[in-house]
Design a protein around this ligand. Structure first.
Ligand SMILES: [Zn+2]
Length: 310
């Protein structure tokens, strides 16, 4: 049986402990300002792919707004919602302020991916952190109206940008990605991208294209990347993936052909793995040092639930 204490099978990172988004408060400017002033309000401070983490006895990324501003965070906030009634915000921080924090003992600026895979952050915070990361990054990358080119302004608690010139409203985007475990009886198909760490293999994945169904995207990606035809596409579960703003749609599928032709522009390699081999890779006990995906990622859970007989 495959299991993991931090991310039990079926509970990948960023996908559990969702907060109350309290969307009815987003357009109430006075109420949002009052929530910011509350002593129990907390903010996640994001700089590109990095996050500010307070290095107390229990490290946390949930800073008081006073602390966040003291560290140099931008004054503007995005409203994430409420956790047990406590208001949560996201904030950006300029590069100069991040540099000024280097070497301080009370705070570290940590790559989010590293902080999550190393277990530096409580699993309960990851859903809200994913919101902060994706939403703050979206504002940083979308300062100008895509319709007319004028500078746009944040509105609706950070969930919209408005163009003062042409009046177009812009909403944050989520990009759907299919990620799938293809099986052939007692074997599963895994691939290696060139940028993976040495020895690591994972599920095939790719963006859903415009006007495409999830099922068609799964069949197309597996055929394109590995030359394998598949059928019986079934939904498993989804995972927000805040790099920068994807929704990983986990699926399973059954192969109807087994010869592999690797698309070398997408993958370094792809091959079939037996159940025993895949289990050893997830447990990090493979005799050749091969590794499966990290338990934070839905790919781990797709393989694990298959190994567990689901
Ligand atoms: Zn415009």
């Amino acid at each position: 049986m495959i299991t993991n204490p931090l991310f039990p099978v079926g509970s990948p990172g960023f996908a559990t402990h969702p907060i109350d988004r309290a969307a009815h408060l987003r357009d109430d400017v006075e109420k949002l300002m009052a929530l910011e002033e509350r002593a129990d309000a907390r903010a996640y401070v994001v700089h590109r792919d990095q996050l500010l983490i307070k290095t107390e006895s229990t490290p946390t990324a949930a800073l008081s707004l006073k602390e966040a501003r003291g560290f140099g965070a931008n004054p503007g906030t995005v409203f994430l919602g409420l956790r047990d009634g406590r208001p949560l915000f996201g904030m950006g921080i300029p590069a100069q302020a991040v540099e000024a924090l280097m070497g301080r003992p009370d705070v570290r600026v940590n790559d989010l991916r590293g902080a999550v895979t190393q277990g530096l952050l409580p699993v309960e915070e990851l859903s809200a952190i994913a919101m902060a990361k994706s939403l703050v990054s979206w504002h940083q990358r979308h300062g100008f109206c895509a319709n007319c080119g004028q500078k746009s302004a944040m509105s609706s608690g950070g969930w919209r940008r408005d163009c003062p010139a042409c009046k177009t409203q812009h909403f944050p985007r989520t990009d759907p990605v299919v990620i799938m475990l293809v099986t052939d009886g007692e074997r599963c198909l895994l691939g290696r991208q060139a940028q993976f760490p040495p020895g690591m293999w994972s599920c095939l994945a790719g963006f859903v294209e415009i006007a495409e169904t999830i099922e068609d995207a799964v069949r197309r990606e597996v055929a394109e990347e590995a030359g394998v035809a598949c059928t019986d596409v079934a939904y498993y579960r989804a995972q927000p993936w805040p790099y920068p703003s994807s929704l990983m749609i986990g699926c399973t599928a059954r192969a109807t052909t087994t010869d592999i032709v690797v698309d070398k522009t997408e993958l370094e390699d792809a091959r079939w793995f037996s159940r025993d081999e895949a289990a050893a890779m997830l447990r990090r006990e493979h005799p050749d040092g091969l590794l499966g995906p990290h338990p934070v990622a839905i790919a781990y859970h797709l393989v694990a639930q298959w190994l567990n007989g689901a």
